[in-house]
Design a protein around this ligand. Structure first.
Ligand code: ADP
Length: 265
């Protein structure tokens, strides 16, 4: 059994068509083993990207509350050297950020050549949460799809590769995770009133994501819908995607200046 992760650009993305519990028939042990292999390979690939210092990668993590963005970052960071990683979180914008265009803070967070950025939320909040919570008028967020596509093209042409992951969980799985957080003193701090309010607007969020994933699914920066009800399968898919991306980039160590050998006294 297989389930495509991507939809060809130009076609409608409907999250309802994707099974959030899909796991290729794998069990946890097999998935964890494969994830570990991808992470081992990734460490070397990230090191080469760092040494080459000509291109960069940004892994965008989006998803509804509790979809597993933090856990995915922990997984990537468990395999890739911190000097090659640049983790950024996008919260509700500050007064300074709101005094600029919506992409200002995102552009400032783009990693320099050689690094892998991991975005915990991103500019997609500006077409999803702002739409659902009615923080800006419709004609403002609607124009942002085109603005985002142009922004991502600019970065792509400058040597940046996006790996855009939508962590897809079911409404039932979210309930379970919220309940776990409510009961666990080590997780309660993660919950705010907005999380429970946003759950009431589940369908609005799914619709907003359907549109964002459809409108901003481009050849230069495609979206991947990652089945995420099983955390271990989500980890496997993201590790695999990032590894495949870096293998495609095939970063090279800079040429060695052999005259240096003569200079060692
Ligand atoms: P997280 O849920 O990512 O672990 P928080 O609980 O601090 O972290 O939530 C961050 C909040 O900031 C989320 O509710 C998210 O929707 C909100 N947010 C992020 N970007 C924007 C934005 N551009 N406009 C409004 N709200 C935003």
């Amino acid at each position: 059994m297989d389930q495509p992760l991507t939809v060809p650009p130009g076609r409608d993305v409907r999250l309802a068509d994707f099974d959030p519990d899909f796991h290729e028939g794998l069990d946890r042990e097999a998935a964890d083993k494969e994830t570990r292999e991808h992470l081992d390979a990734l460490d070397g690939l990230a090191y080469r990207l760092f040494a080459e210092a000509k291109r960069a990668v940004v892994v965008v993590l989006q998803g509804i509350d509790t979809s597993g963005k933090d856990g995915t970052i922990r997984m990537l960071a468990s395999g890739i050297s911190p000097q090659c990683l640049d983790v950024r979180s996008f919260k509700a914008p500050s007064a300074l950020e709101l005094a600029h265009d919506f992409l200002w803070r995102v552009h400032a967070a783009i990693p320099p050549h050689g690094r892998i950025g991991v975005f915990n939320r991103s500019h997609y909040e500006d077409v999803v949460v702002v739409r659902v919570r009615k923080l800006v008028p419709k004609d403002v967020w609607r124009d942002r799809y085109t603005q985002i596509n142009a922004f991502e093209k600019l970065l792509h042409d400058g040597g940046l590769t996006f790996v855009k992951c939508f962590l897809h969980i079911s409404k039932r799985e979210q309930r379970q995770r919220l309940e776990d957080r409510l009961k666990d003193p080590k997780k309660q701090w993660k919950l705010g009133p907005d999380d429970l309010e946003d759950r009431k607007r589940w369908d609005d969020f799914q619709n907003a994501y359907d549109d964002a994933l459809t409108e901003c699914n481009t050849h230069h920066a495609p979206w991947h819908v990652v089945p995420s009800d099983k955390k271990w399968y989500r980890n496997l898919v993201v590790a695999r995607l990032v590894r495949t991306t870096l293998e495609r980039l095939d970063p090279k160590f800079p040429p060695f200046d052999s005259s240096l050998i003569m200079k060692l006294d």
